[in-house]
Design a protein around this ligand. Sequence first.
Ligand code: ZN
Ligand code: ZN
Length: 377
Amino acid sequence: MTTTRATKRATARAAVLTAPGSLELWDVPVPEVGDDDGLLAVEACGICGSDVEQLRAERPADYYPITPGHEPIGTVIALGEGARQRWGVEVGDRVGVEAAISCGRCAHCRSGRSIGCTDPRLPGPIRSYSTIPFRVPPHLWGGYSEVLYLDREARVHQVPDHVTLEEAALLNPMANAIEWSVLTPRPLPGSTAVVLGCGQRGLLCVAALREAGVATIVITGLRSDRHKLELASLLGADVTVCVEDEETIEAVRNATGGTFADLVVDATPYATQPVTDALEITKPGGTIVLAGVKAGRSIPGFVSDRLVMKELTLRGVLAARTEAFDLAMKIIASRRHPLGELHTHAFPLDRAAEAVATLAGHGGGAPAVAITINPDK
Ligand SMILES: [Zn+2]
Ligand SMILES: [Zn+2]
């Protein structure tokens, strides 16, 4: 059973990146779907630091054109029968889509990691929405678009009716937060955790750690993050630390009665000091999860002996497995945390570049936490 509702719409507007910093609105033909695939009318697409990086970075010419947007939420508008059965959703349902499009069969996928699938059907080192070139049919591979193509290996998650669009748009970052702070490090109930950085993923780590029964949660930020640190308290952080006013190691020592943390999650972009701080504020036998990327920089003052002498576990994380998305939707739908408070801005498609600049802190106006691009606005 394939609906014709979407296919009556001949074209969809997409904001296509044609060169560094250059987004153009293109009219893209909307494809027919087969038995195994579908189409999504994008209602909101969350953005994160990797959108900032994608829009700014200088890439080889054959990278372009490409449609960014890897955190889409929308309504299913066309669906093949096979896809309907596999995904358990109907035309008209609101769903969130995982960024990764992974085959589930290659050695990489079978190891449980979602990013890095080596199956050659779709090109690129990362097989994910926003990283598949526009030239690959049927072209609609990014969430900065009125319509997103639901590939047969896409993974969709139904959004319960009582969940708002703004809450649902946190699916992707919430899944990351659960992966980074819970599924990868497996903190014990009653333990102590420090989250370095209070961007939307850092904030969502606080909610995830609360769900996992962690007893004491400390989060750090900058002076300019004051509103985010207030949100962190709302979400259940016990102690907030402004690293420009306090010394991180001393602050964590005081917050933990001198015992330091079982788990430290670094969710700061660019900054390298949090990595060396993490070595000091993790207790012997504890775990450090590195999630913030540092734009390729090495870490000055990194003394690996600290890892050895304290027998620390150091883990890097990038994406989230499907289980994390399932848990994320459950936590969002539970309404146990005031997650809707995180959404600060929505921009229409023709202002997508402004949305990304606002996230990067160059937009002026109200401080940004969670931002969406809403193509139907
Ligand atoms: Zn993202
Ligand atoms: Zn694979």
